[in-house]
Design a protein around this ligand. Structure first.
Ligand code: FPP
Length: 243
């Protein structure tokens, strides 16, 4: 279950979450199939992960496939699933070498068994890595996560392990997929769309948001550094007033 996370210490965001949007448009602009954009998008992930240590970003969470993305064509879904498998195969060694601890969030039940086995293996391989915590959301939806968490919580109440009177806002996060992660300080969405699309609904209650026009495959480490740098100018009040 959840390990308590230390408080944020520096001025920069300790946990950055990214909605990697715009792969399809990027490909269409080039007259290429949507999957071409997803492939370019997957390559960007490495560059952004590698930029994290210098920026003091300890946690990076990326939205790779939502519970709603199953509504896309069968060929795009299959292409994305294949891309996730290829990403794991291709990146595992570098992630381990760069001391990146990888976790996956989302409901694994609907994912193909081979992909799930590869996700489990990568998590096991990088379990003791400490420099960056990379969380990849696959078949993830914030509402689905809260529903699944509530089911587990209800089971604990039914079995007598949890007193319903003790349930407060510290309780539910312990049942979420993100139970070992701090809440995101900064959520970035690329491609000019300004919505959260069911991403980290509970966890982002007090996150800062940056909506960037750049399409995800064009989002460079330099732009990431600039967005993370501008976070330091924000005043986070968490509902209180300025000191
Ligand atoms: C949204 O852009 C992007 C996705 C649904 C897929 C995101 C996946 C990747 C970046 C690649 C794989 C990542 C990892 C970590 C292996 P969109 O297709 O909705 O773009 P559009 O709005 O322009 O159509």
């Amino acid at each position: 279950m959840a390990q308590p996370q230390p408080e944020q210490t520096g001025d920069g965001p300790r946990h950055v979450a990214i909605i990697m949007d715009g792969n399809g448009r990027w490909a269409t602009q080039r007259g290429r199939p949507r999957l071409f954009g997803h492939q370019a998008g997957a390559r960007r992930v490495r560059e952004i992960v590698e930029a994290c240590p210098d920026l003091g970003v300890d946690y990076l969470t990326v939205f790779a496939f939502s519970t709603e993305n199953w509504k896309r064509t069968q060929s795009e879904v299959a292409g994305l699933m294949n891309l996730f498998r290829r990403y794991i195969t291709r990146e595992a060694k570098a992630l381990k070498a760069n001391d990146v601890c990888v976790r996956f969030i989302g409901d694994r039940v609907r994912l193909d068994a081979k992909l799930v086995a590869m996700m489990d293996e990568l998590e096991a391989l990088t379990l003791d890595c400490r420099t960056v915590n990379l969380t990849i959301a696959i078949n993830y939806g914030g509402r689905d996560e809260v529903a699944r968490a509530t089911k587990r919580l209800a089971r604990d109440v039914a079995s007598g392990r949890l007193d319903p009177e003790s349930v407060d806002e510290e309780t539910l996060p312990k049942y979420l997929d993100t139970c070992v992660l701090p809440d995101p300080d900064l959520v970035i969405r690329t491609s000019g769309e300004a919505r959260i699309s069911n991403f980290l609904l509970w966890q982002s209650a007090y996150s800062e948001y940056e909506f960037i026009d750049t399409l995800w495959p064009d989002f460079t480490a330099a732009e990431f550094r600039s967005v993370v740098g501008s976070y330091g100018t924000r005043e986070r009040r968490f509902g209180a007033v300025s000191a």
